[in-house]
Design a protein around this ligand. Structure first.
Ligand code: HPA
Length: 275
């Protein structure tokens, strides 16, 4: 069983590799809302997910994501534009398919971005937040099932999932760019409903600063495979109940992402420049 999983991944990786102008050092995952920044990448190659064998695709018609490969500050980067989520009905194997392709391509650094709700009262909508650690609330683990030895050990250590070296580098880049970068713990839920105020109070008591519906499975798989991980979240809204009068909407998430997208992009460029 594990062999067929690996074979499928290897087929996908070799198809992707054949399309790449050079071997990327860095993979960057842009959550769906942030993918709009793709226009500013400049010259490079676009590879729609449909063109990669085995890549999980939406079953209903609609726009799937794509990769962009090219140079950012003279460094070969592979950008994943868009991501898939378990709330769409995908398995954790599918959600982390791209992450494992990165490992098979020999990529060493993974930068993940996402949108989240701000649980910590010191955070505001529109803040950029460095992810220091995470809480895997759903409890399901993308590494369950036979271990893929090709990637890493059965019981991988998660004590330093978000690289201290990369966090220091990101903070320095932010300071030099005049960007206020906060730091916090990201808690993942399964979604797709937003949380209740009682859940947010409970998550705050657990030590979470941010809540979102993605990223954690990808990070677990990346750490298992030995990638160095940096996570940056855009707090797009106050989490449920933080402002008792407010109501949450996807529209607000989209609007804040648009508003902050340019600053996020500037930060990502400054980080890549320093890698
Ligand atoms: N909760 C969960 N996921 C989110 C939120 C939120 O408040 N905002 C953006 N993604």
């Amino acid at each position: 069983m594990s062999d067929s999983r690996l074979e499928k991944l290897e087929r996908g990786a070799s198809a992707l590799k054949a399309r790449l102008p050079e071997c990327p050092m860095i993979a960057l995952v842009l959550g769906s809302g942030l993918s709009g920044a793709v226009g500013s990448f400049g010259e490079g190659v676009r590879i729609p997910w449909e063109e990669i064998p085995g890549f999980p695709l939406p079953t209903v018609a609609g726009h799937a994501g794509e990769f962009w490969a090219g140079e950012v500050h003279s460094k070969p980067v592979l950008v994943q534009c868009g991501r898939i989520h378990t709330y769409e009905g995908y398995s954790l194997d599918e959600v982390t398919f791209a992450t494992r392709l990165f490992a098979l391509l020999g990529i060493k650094v993974l930068i993940v971005t996402n949108a989240s709700g701000a649980i910590n009262h010191d955070l505001a909508a529109g803040d950029l937040v460095l992810i220091r650690d995470h809480i895997n609330m759903p409890g399901e683990n993308p590494l369950s099932g036979p271990n893929l030895e090709r990637f890493g050990p059965r019981f991988p250590d998660m004590s330093a999932a978000y690289s201290a070296r990369l966090r220091t580098l990101a903070k320095k880049a932010a300071t030099e760019e005049g960007i206020d970068l906060k730091e916090g713990v990201y808690l993942a839920t399964r979604g797709p409903s937003y949380e209740t105020p009682a859940e947010i109070s409970a998550f705050r008591a657990l030590g979470a600063d941010l809540v979102g519906m993605s990223t954690v499975p990808e990070v677990i798989v990346a750490v298992h495979a030995g990638l160095e991980v940096l996570g940056i979240s855009c707090a797009t809204n106050l989490a449920a109940g933080v402002d008792p009068e407010a109501r949450l909407s996807h529209q607000e998430v989209i609007e804040t992402t648009r508003r902050v997208g340019e600053e996020m992009w500037r930060l990502l460029l400054a980080i890549i420049d320093r890698l």
